[in-house]
Write a protein that binds this ligand. Sequence first.
Ligand code: HEM
Length: 418
Amino acid sequence: MTGAATLSPAVPKPAHVPDAAVYDFDMFADPAYVADPHKRVMDLVQNAPRVFWTPRNGGHWMLMSHAAIFNAARDIEAFSSEIVPQSQIKAMVARLPPGTPHIPQPLPINIDPPDHTKYRAPLNRVFSPKAINALKNDIRALANQLLDRVADKGRCEFMTEVAEPLPVQVFLKMLGLPLERQEEYRAIVKDHLSDPDPDPKNVMKKLLHITAIMRDTMLERRENPRDDIISLLWKTEIDGKPTTMDDMENYGVVLFIAGLDTVMNGIGHGVRHLAMDLPLQDQLRQNPQLVAEATEEILRRYTFTVPPRVVGKDMEFEGLQMKKGERAMLFLPAADLDPKEYANSESVDLKRENKVHIAFNAGPHRCLGSHLARVELQIVYEQVLARLPQFRLDPEHPPTFHCGHIIGVDSLHLTWNS
Ligand code: HEM
């Protein structure tokens, strides 16, 4: 969804929402947001209420301030991750005719503790810093291979040539899925994430599609384990019981979606910033040891995911009445630009005092892939700065974006003197 997306129709405001808490913002199609997402986030931070209700996309709350989001992310009774409640899913499954295939659920991301904890534990092991550090040399070699293909050309569309293939190939290899199908996989994930108001039936169809393309690999690895995540997950237990094919499919959908559409956008936002901030490029080329710090500061400045929640009970939150079942978005990009939390929040400042950001969220659902993401981002920045001379945005082709639960970079044209 780029440039010309149409706004979703506005729905009437519920009676318990005061006029002062209403702000009209379409998180999928607001034109200024899609044109230059983080500029619009900054505008919202300065001009919108710190928690507001928007009539777009069926009507929902937007949590903006760092404090509100930090509290909401840790209060799972008030803000549930069960977008479709488990009871409703069970009732829906019970009505399906016999022989219907298992309907996968993205676990652990869409389930609350205490069940969340037992589904998250096996993944913690798979994504441990030790397991990820062992991949560093391969990631660096792949980054260099991709950059060498473009270095002499003096220009490139960075998303297609580097930012997308790198994390996708790393992740497919980790998962043990065939690299030659990467374009097909990416297309499915893009389709899944670009749907503003998903009908549960369509979501189910898409999830079934994802598991169908992973099924053969999963079954094969059960018989012939290799050094990949699917084989490892077959060997773990969930709450003391051996992993089943249903469990594997549940994990498969969440890993597939989380692994294939996150890091590439982080790379896109970061490399775009570097292309606009030539003094920072110079500073990092002269002091590569600062790249780790720059990676964190860029993650904060360009935080790009918007996790959804459902209000779990009638309650007062930040002085507003919220009703059970209403939807709320944790607008992490705004939290990380909150001037109450970060002085001069708009500037990329490696010397800032508060370096703790919320780009990977907080609370029980905090990102499981954060270490992998950090390693990939850092290696890409290091190698881009080492392999390319000073690069800039191509003035004839400004970057393009799409918005929604992920603020993504669609195209990023760069030029340099080759
Ligand atoms: C820069 C890249 C990334 C960012 C910014 C990011 C961000 C996030 C955020 C904000 C959450 C919390 C969602 C929520 O609260 O509902 C999350 C959860 C998760 N992420 Fe990431 N992520 C990134 C990369 C990855 C990668 C590479 C993986 C690997 C597969 C991954 C796997 C997961 C999983 C499995 C969860 C669910 C954790 C749970 O529910 O307990 N992420 N991520």
